[in-house]
Design a protein around this ligand. Structure first.
Ligand code: SAH
Ligand code: SF4
Ligand code: F3S
Length: 446
């Protein structure tokens, strides 16, 4: 590659999970420290960071179509400088470098604190790949949090040791690690100083977080939530994603005791058949999952539930799929994500016998989503007539309209004299399948 001018503007495009959104924000902050500014809406950026996801085949292929679009018909001086970050970078770093000569930098999710050095090299015309996994080192090397949204993310735990047989995350994010307690309390305070009202604690297995508090006592996620709830100015706490294996009594109790902990739990189950769950290497059964939810609901009766599902795991029969529908009926999810099984290179399930035909998967996904949509709408209808607190997150489509989130993570829109970051009381007037129309009752706090 030829040497080039230092980029003046950037755009970070994040795909995949909320951990990638968090990483994307941190990369943007680092570029900001270097005096590079976000490219104005609608204008090309000098530097584009594609922060990619490897979870399913379609998600992973997106990176190549994006590179094609960014460079189509452009010479090197006209095309943007491109960095590929995230989980595709980790899994296919060398391949990207070989397949996409327009890419200057490939940086894995545990190495992106080195992006500025790589940028210096790229300006000199040197391509660079960094897919080391120093996990914790990254956080210490990142700049302080200075700006944020009213609803912010805070990564507390990374990586996964569960090795579900279909999943790439243990390979792209590495082993489970917990960030130290003190760093998290400090970062949470900085986020609140910068305007955050709500913090969602993130981790691929967030309930596996563990640490030592400032008195040297061992604490789990519930202990961390209890202490973060004492941070003045922080109104709401959420956490995601949990694995059924790591949910302890203390966390269940926390849902009944801590007002700031929102009544929402995302707890992926994946399937309703115990044989399929075993083949997936999930450590729960349908029954143990349902019993666990009962205990959460006993602690917090209005808890809204969310889950993830995979249809068409290798060997899944029609009868086994029916068990997933049965489980959905038993739970009554407030929302959920569902996917067709996608074989991922290097995972055990990719070479299992009995790969399910695409049309069978399509049909199962359609039936499952119909059931989940029905339940989501029913949940929304059940909250009609309630007045609840809404955190205003952005402007709506029409002038004077605002969008925010209820405690149960529903989107609610309403009109009134409010601003982004306000916590307001809203009466939920009319439920739709994906959101609710509300009426502003009163402002609670600015
Ligand atoms: N750590 C979380 C979520 C990880 S990825 C958990 O364990 O639940 C988010 C979701 O993507 C998973 O819950 C699963 O439903 C889905 N997923 C992961 N690998 C997949 C694959 N190979 N094909 C289809 N869906 C997949
Ligand atoms: Fe993937 Fe399973 Fe780990 Fe979740 S628990 S990240 S699905 S391996
Ligand atoms: Fe995707 Fe990586 Fe998240 S594979 S879902 S971006 S951990």
């Amino acid at each position: 590659m030829k040497p080039t001018n230092s980029p003046k503007t950037y755009r970070v495009k994040s795909f995949g999970c909320q951990m990638n959104v968090y990483d994307g924000e941190r990369m943007a902050e680092m570029l900001g420290e270097r005096g590079i500014v976000p490219a104005p809406e609608g204008e090309d950026a000098d530097l584009v960071v594609l922060n990619t996801c490897h979870i399913r085949e379609k998600a992973a292929e997106k990176v190549y179509s994006d590179i094609g679009r960014l460079t189509k018909g452009k010479t090197q001086d006209k095309a943007p400088m491109i960095a590929v970050a995230g989980c595709v970078a980790q899994a296919e770093g060398e391949e990207i470098m070989a397949r996409a000569p327009a890419v200057s930098m490939v940086v894995g999710p545990q190495a992106y604190h080195r992006l500025p050095e790589m940028l210096d090299k790229a300006v000199q015309g040197e391509r660079a790949t960094d897919t080391d996994m120093p996990a914790i080192a990254k956080f210490a090397a990142l700049p302080e949090r200075k700006r944020t949204n009213p609803a912010s993310f805070l990564t507390v735990q990374e990586g996964c040791d569960k090795f579900c047989t279909y999943c790439v995350v243990p390979y792209t994010r590495g082993a489970e690690i917990s960030r130290p307690y003190g760093d998290l309390v400090t970062e949470a305070r900085k986020l609140v100083d910068a305007g955050a009202k709500e913090i969602t604690l993130l981790g691929q297995n967030v309930s596996a977080w563990s640490g030592e508090d400032d008195k040297g006592q061992a604490v789990g996620l519930a202990g961390l939530i209890r202490d973060l709830a004492k941070v003045d100015g922080l109104a709401r706490i959420r956490y995601t994603t949990s694995h059924p294996a790591d949910m302890d009594d203390d966390l269940i109790a926390a849902h009944g005791e801590i007002d700031k902990l929102m009544p929402f739990l995302h707890l992926p189950v994946q399937a309703g058949s115990d044989r399929v769950l075993r083949a997936m290497n999930r450590s729960h059964t349908a029954e143990s999952y349902l019993r666990l939810l009962e205990r959460f609901r006993a602690a917090r009766p209005d808890l809204a539930l969310s889950g993830d599902f995979i249809v068409g795991f290798p060997g899944e029969t029609d009868a086994e799929f029916e068990e997933t529908l049965k489980l959905v009926d038993a739970v009554g999810y407030a929302q959920a994500f569902s996917f067709k099984y996608s074989p991922r290179p290097g995972t055990p399930a990719a070479s299992m016998e009995g790969q399910v035909a695409k049309d069978v998967m399509d049909d199962r996904l359609q039936r499952l989503q119909a059931a989940l949509n029905r339940d989501q709408w029913a949940f929304n209808r059940a909250t009609e007539g309630r007045t609840c607190e809404v955190l205003v997150e952005r402007k709506g489509k029409h002038p004077g309209q605002w969008l925010g989130k209820t405690p149960w993570l529903q989107s609610a829109w309403f009109e009134g004299d409010v601003g982004i970051g306000d916590l307001v009381q809203v009466e939920l007037v009319e439920a739709g399948p994906n959101s609710l129309a509300g009426r502003l009752r009163e402002r609670v706090a600015a």
